[in-house]
Write a protein that binds this ligand. Structure first.
Ligand SMILES: CC(C)(COP(=O)(O)OP(=O)(O)OC[C@H]1O[C@@H](n2cnc3c(N)ncnc32)[C@H](O)[C@@H]1OP(=O)(O)O)[C@@H](O)C(=O)NCCC(=O)NCCS
Length: 141
């Protein structure tokens, strides 16, 4: 990612820490995404810190710009659970960098995900393979 497109020269990608939680949940809430994560912060912290979770945060001078959260078997398959970039810094390569670093950090050879309608152009830009149809299953009510 070209540095000039970064929202600030100090942007770095760091591993999720408990201190990031409030900012991450605020981003999720603003994006109207991940209601289950927002509903229970302690459960969210457990998920983001669990073994097999790769949770990365883009920060610039202490400010959270976005985050990605994936789970992985560490060998073949990772799954991207959630990715959100703050509206003010979109289209500057933050999302792409979070995805690339998540896959690299997962130890897996590929990463799958479910894309919202709005995010389809972003994911299409990141791969020339697919899309593959996806399904989300829930326990019976
Ligand atoms: C999807 C999202 C994470 C993308 O983050 P981002 O930092 O803006 O993405 P990038 O700047 O890395 O984009 C990389 C490429 O993807 C494509 N792209 C990204 N957003 C796009 C859009 N809205 N329309 C068309 N293409 C888009 C472009 O090709 C872009 O490269 P370019 O800017 O050089 O043209 C961000 O828009 C977001 O947080 N959306 C709301 C939450 C969401 O939908 N998350 C995903 C579902 S879990």
């Amino acid at each position: 990612v070209a540095r000039a497109r970064h929202p600030g020269p100090l942007m770095e990608i760091v591993r999720y820490e408990r201190e990031h939680l409030a900012a991450l949940l605020a981003l999720a809430e603003d994006a109207d995404l991940a209601a289950s994560l927002v509903a229970d912060p302690e459960r969210a912290n457990r998920a983001l810190s669990a073994p097999g979770t790769v949770a990365l945060v883009a920060v610039d001078d202490g400010q959270v710009l976005g985050f990605a959260y994936a789970i992985t078997d560490g060998a073949f398959q990772a799954y991207l659970v959630l990715l959100i970039v703050a509206p003010a810094v979109r289209r500057r390569g933050v999302g792409r960098e979070l995805v690339e670093r998540s896959l690299a950090g997962s130890g897996a050879i590929r990463m799958d995900l479910l894309a919202s309608e709005d995010a389809k152009p972003f994911y299409r830009a990141l791969t020339d393979r697919g899309p593959w149809p996806g399904y989300r299953l829930h326990p019976p009510q």
